[in-house]
Design a protein around this ligand. Structure first.
Ligand code: CP
Ligand code: NVA
Length: 319
């Protein structure tokens, strides 16, 4: 398959940007997964797919996986990525977000942004004619959910009818897991301590989508109840980036939510373990679980590369 042939035949996404999981239709996700699968199998066929294209990557928060996979993804398709450290000053402090977007619009072909405020990524997209991709905000992490469900599909050969249990904090990763899972017909259970539930508005949106797709969104207090019979147990850090000040208190509140061998045994003999990473080993997950043969965490990390390459190509090829 030549890149030209691939691009000629390639159907485009229904969206211009990826700001929130809800932006993509189930069909869009299928297009991304199909292309990601072909790219994973034959990366050399796409080595010039984004030749000459430039990507600006704005990061207010640290990153290993997201930064490296977007940069490697662009380079491996013949393009180039520019890292913009916005940890200090944050986006919008040196000049308005509108002006940042309007300047970048004149030089580059796409923007990836990791910000604290979700509204900052919304504002970038509102003021740019080029595609904007959410690389994590306090609210959502849609690229992560794409990598996660691509990994689940690889493992189980389907997504409809699967059940994933997210254990811990009802955070950005949990929100995207619910929204993307619901869209794809996977049931997502969430077990959190009181006061750390996912946002009601997101739960309601996900539940409505899940209902249409023959799946459910279910909230639990007890991890043991949430994991019974599920295909995958998922966890994330107890204090997300920006919440470090509350990390000590959270280690006490979340202690009963640690993913241990005992919890994995209660889930079932075939249940796999997922984590977006970075992991705080010994907190939300034990070494024994994350290093076990049930753990697919590095497959998830690898698949971020493939799904994001597909996403970039689908969004940027027409710009
Ligand atoms: N999972 C994830 O987004 O990792 P980084 O924070 O290292 O990018
Ligand atoms: N919930 C975590 C995810 C990191 C990829 C955070 O926001 O820090």
């Amino acid at each position: 398959m030549t890149p030209v042939a691939t691009m000629e035949k390639q159907e485009l996404l229904s969206v211009h940007d990826l700001i929130a999981d809800q932006d993509l239709t189930a069909h869009d996700v299928r297009l991304i997964f199909d292309l990601a699968g072909r790219m994973k199998a034959s990366p050399a066929s796409y080595s010039q797919a984004l030749a000459g294209k430039q990507l600006a990557m704005i990061f207010e928060k640290p990153s290993l996986r997201t930064r490296v996979t977007f940069e490697v993804g662009m380079t491996s398709m013949g393009g180039h990525a520019i890292y913009l450290d916005h940890s200090k000053p944050r986006l919008g402090e040196r000049e308005s977000i509108k002006d940042v977007a309007r300047n970048l619009d004149r030089w580059v072909d796409g923007i990836v942004a990791r910000t604290f405020a979700h509204q900052a990524v919304v504002e970038l997209a509102e003021n740019a004619s080029i595609p904007v991709v959410n690389a994590l905000t306090d609210l959502l992490h849609p690229c992560q959910a794409l990598g996660d469900f691509f990994t689940l599909q690889e493992k189980f050969g389907k997504l409809k009818g699967l059940t994933v249990a997210f254990i811990g904090d009802g955070n950005n990763v949990c929100h995207s897991l619910m929204l993307t899972g619901a869209k794809l017909g996977a049931t997502v259970r969430v077990a959190t301590p009181s006061g750390f539930e996912p946002k009601t508005e997101i739960v309601e949106q996900a539940a409505a989508m899940a209902h249409v797709n023959g799946a459910k969104i279910e909230l639990f207090r007890e991890p043991l109840e949430a994991v019974a019979g599920v295909q995958a147990v998922y966890t994330d850090v107890w204090a997300s980036m920006g919440q470090e000040f509350a990390a000590h208190l959270r280690t006490q509140v979340f202690a009963p939510y640690q993913v241990t061998d005992n919890l994995m045994r209660a889930a079932g003999p075939e249940t796999i373990f997922l984590h977006c990473l970075p992991a705080h080993r010994g907190q939300e997950v034990t070494d024994a679980v994350i290093d076990s043969s049930r753990s697919l965490v590095y497959d998830q990390a690898e698949n971020r590369l493939h799904v994001q390459k597909a996403l970039l190509l689908l969004l940027m090829q027409s710009h």
